[in-house]
Ligand binder design. Sequence first.
Ligand SMILES: *Cc1c(COP(=O)(O)O)cnc(C)c1O
Length: 368
Amino acid sequence: MIPVCEPLLTGNESRYVEDCIKSGWVSSEGKYITAFEEKWAAYCGAKFGVACSNGTTALQMAVSALDLPAGSEIIMPSFTIISCALAVVETGCVPVLVDCEPDTWNLDLDAVEAKITPRTRAIMPVHMFGHPVDMPRLMQIAKRHDLKVIEDAAEAHGAEVGGRKVGGFGDLACFSFYANKIITTGEGGMVLTSDPDLAARLKSLRNLCFRPERRFYHTELGHNYRLTNVQAAVGLAQLERIEEHVEKKRWMARAYRERLHDLHQLALPVERQGVKNVYWMYGLVLSDDVPFDAVEFAARLQALGVQTRPLFLGMHEQPVFHERGLHVGERHAVTERLARRGLYVPSGLTLTIQQIDAVSEAVRASLQ
Ligand SMILES: *Cc1c(COP(=O)(O)O)cnc(C)c1O
């Protein structure tokens, strides 16, 4: 069975982790935390990095840091992971969904302005599957309407728009370092910002909102969302090799495209002019003339020894939100189509050319 994703941990990870253990700095303070925060922020073009326990808590901290009044609306894509909507709902805000573009799977910027109301306070673009959102255009829309921007860059480490890295455009940007992301700490996340006040708020929210001048006196509820020095040690070693990881993903995408581009039954990932896609995972979408759906496609591939994963099910199709009176009766046609007709094939950083050949042949055979 060819696994859908495996991390690559062949750099300085063991050496740095051993250093942590030997030094005794295994908790959430230590030199690897600060080095990882500073270096990741610098890599993305932001001033401050605040490391945290995972990408989901990064999003929660980012929304909390904006300190928005209850009922504030945040515009986000319907096609995404639940972490985005969770962060919005848990902070007392309301997610307002926009459908995605059929080729990039990113939120449709043409549809954003129509969703802005007097209660809108922020936009949360998600750089989907490694393809960056057109951030210069999105930032202009946000500026025109005085809205904050929280980038979810959990799938797009190293992706660029006009030569600038994602994570450096928004007021806040969130990353995940889960094991299937482009660089990993096992579990981990980070919020980036260039605003010193937001950075201070993020640090406070991460650590139970202790007050610097009077530790056990609280004026606000925070969380324990800390990352450990040991995880940051892994992250620093991963960051040293990020260019290699990004190149590997781009190589994988080229190899799949060469082998699959003639199949009229499939839509393959794209790369728009002027951007750098980092192809987090290689997604395939069945054309309408294919007489079966992604569930059947996945079963056929499984039978041929190829693991796959489905694409996201839209936020408007989630019973958990319907129960809360959210998104009832909403339709987002592109998102619904991707959920039913899309999947992704093995895309890990350890993938070999022989595996890409085998997956491509299995895909071809499955479509017969
Ligand atoms: C993985 C992911 C997250 C959540 O990250 P975790 O570290 O798993 O909590 C958030 N947003 C997107 C787009 C993701 O792909």
